[in-house]
Design a protein around this ligand. Structure first.
Ligand code: A3P
Length: 402
């Protein structure tokens, strides 16, 4: 399926007399108006329709005969056509970036809204995304967000660890109907906030462009901890989930593997270290979203003082009513984490028992401090430019340098 131009011909119009705005509007469109300009300004014009609309009636014939006639009378354009496959090849040679679909919100354009089925809505789309990266506390952030009476999330996808992972994986090719089905219908479109958390969005090459095309107004929440700790937590997570490479090789072996190392270690190393190049990934998000839609949270602060962080998040999102987290979060000494306090006075924590693994070896820590030195400097410059405060872990890492 090729992308097509919106030509102003409504696919549900069957009869000439029924053309929206009257037949005169159609004639104007053909004779110098939108339809003519579509052909004039696009090297390839692709018109798609249902046979029942254009095929069985004379409206399509009338339109395209008159259009061809008008173009050959008034321009030097040579009209040409090719069989579908060759046309597709020609098209994608001219527009290679369009090989991949890019879904936009059908409700943003009135013409699309008019042909969008009455049963469909565009309200089942998130107002904000929690983009990760993994192992920074994004699950805890989601749990806290869901405590807010006006915030709901997507239903959980069992295949991708409770995450939707739409913008970064082949799920994207399932289309926006598939995506919207994963969200509840908001009871109040203006005050309800839908969101989804997919922590692999953060380092994804595709996610920012795709997310911005569909959700240009969405707010983006990201949470950062020291990238060295993130890499270590991630490695331990892989090991706990019986990743065979992580089980065979020590953390230091993985992070310090050189070019000639076996492919499985290099691949694990890449997945372990690349998300921590925070500056590179943030810059990518910022080429697609304006600064004021992006909030960078300090994961260490969320762990220490979640109520304060959640206050800032509520302000940033503009969500009402203000929810007082200091009354509904409690610190569980045994688990070492802040947990949700239920009305019956019970605590609901994320993990049944604290995640236990030995602290990172000093050798690995100093290796990673060196590895992330330049990226951390770049991150501090970026946060400075954004007017966002430097998290304490970043200040500590920068001090190590000076
Ligand atoms: P560990 O599993 O290494 O302890 P994410 O959900 O982004 O993958 O992050 C998981 C990490 O969130 C955990 O890392 C844990 O340290 C951190 N975290 C922060 N606040 C937490 C909380 N209140 N409850 C549980 N984990 C929390």
């Amino acid at each position: 399926v090729l992308p097509r131009q919106t030509c102003g011909l409504f696919t549900h119009t069957i009869y000439y007399q029924d053309y929206p705005g009257g037949p005169k509007a159609l004639d104007n469109s053909i004779m110098g108006g939108e339809l003519f300009l579509t052909v004039l300004l696009n090297p390839i014009s692709v018109f798609m329709t249902h046979l029942s609309n254009y095929g069985n009636d004379r409206l399509g014939l009338y339109t395209f005969l008159h259009l061809a006639d008008f173009i050959s009378t008034w321009t030097h354009l040579q009209l040409d056509t090719l069989p579908p496959l060759q046309l597709a090849q020609r098209y994608f040679t001219l527009f290679p970036q369009q090989r991949q679909p890019l879904w936009q919100n059908p409700c943003d354009d009135k013409r699309h809204r008019d042909i969008w089925s009455k049963e469909k809505t565009c309200d089942r789309l998130p107002k904000f995304l929690v983009i990760g990266p993994q192992k920074t506390g994004s699950t805890a952030l989601s749990l806290f967000l869901l405590m807010h009476p006006s915030i709901s999330s997507s239903f959980l996808g069992p295949r991708t660890y409770g995450e939707v992972q739409f913008f970064n994986t082949n799920n994207y090719h399932q289309g926006i109907d598939w995506y919207m089905e994963l969200f509840p219908l908001p009871s109040n479109v203006t005050s309800d906030f839908l969101f989804e958390k997919s922590s692999a969005y953060f380092p994804s090459e595709d996610a920012p462009r795709r997310a911005a095309a569909l959700l240009p107004k969405a707010k983006i929440l990201t949470m950062l901890i020291n990238p060295s700790d993130r890499a270590y937590n991630w490695y331990q997570h892989q090991k706990a989930h019986e990743d065979s490479t992580a089980s065979r090789f020590s953390f230091y072996d993985v992070i310090s593997a050189q070019h000639g190392a076996p492919a499985d270690i290099r691949s694990l190393q890449n997945r372990c270290l690349t998300p921590g190049l925070y500056h590179t990934h943030l810059e990518r998000w910022l080429t697609h979203y304006p600064v004021n839609q992006l909030m960078v949270l300090d994961g260490q602060q969320l762990r220490r003082d979640p109520a304060a962080v959640m206050d800032e998040v509520q302000k940033f999102l503009g969500v009402t009513p203000h929810y007082n987290y200091s009354q509904t979060l409690t610190f569980d000494q045994q688990k070492g984490f802040w947990c949700q306090l239920s009305e019956e006075g019970k605590t609901k924590c994320l993990w049944s028992e604290g995640q236990k693994y030995p602290p990172m070896e000093p050798e690995a820590r100093s290796y990673l401090s060196r590895y992330y030195r330049e990226p951390n400097i770049d991150l501090s410059k970026l946060l400075h430019r954004l007017g966002q405060p430097l998290p304490s872990w970043l200040r500590e890492e920068l001090q190590k340098i000076s």
